[in-house]
Ligand binder design. Structure first.
Ligand code: 5GP
Ligand code: ZN
Length: 118
């Protein structure tokens, strides 16, 4: 299947297999891999394979595939880490801390006493 690609985008290069990643999930439309600089062990990124810079650019048609990926990866991350909970967050534009301009969702497994403040 043809993928919408930005030649300067690091996540597009990961999707294309040009840069390695620790893959945890793949479907036709989405990919998930471990964050290279985890805020907590088990920090995973979920993204559509197609390049859309922000959530606001992402077509509604992706909703079903994206939600299926978010749900099954969340379940897998919780099982793999024995977490008690999980945070999902997502940054758009530099003012909100977005560093990679290919829409992605952060999944962070949580434990009752982990002391993380997100
Ligand atoms: P943002 O701040 O854009 O929401 O998050 C970008 C995330 O991507 C950061 O948590 C960062 O650690 C992660 N990241 C950046 N470059 C790479 C990479 O080449 N590989 C992986 N696995 N993660 C990356
Ligand atoms: Zn991209």
């Amino acid at each position: 299947a043809k993928v919408l690609k930005d030649p300067d985008c690091i996540f597009c290069k990961i999707v294309a297999g040009e840069i390695p990643c620790a893959k945890v999930f793949e479907s036709e439309a989405c990919l998930a891999f471990l964050d290279i600089a985890p805020v907590h062990p088990g920090h995973v990124l979920v993204l559509p394979k197609d390049h859309h810079p922000t959530l606001m650019d992402t077509p509604a048609e992706l909703g079903k595939d994206l939600m299926a990926a978010l749900s099954s990866v969340s379940k897998a991350v919780m099982e793999a880490t024995g977490a008690d909970g999980l945070n999902l967050f997502q940054n758009n534009h530099e003012a909100a801390g977005q560093l990679v301009h290919h829409v992605h969702f952060h999944l962070v497994p949580r434990h009752a006493d982990d002391g993380l403040e997100l």
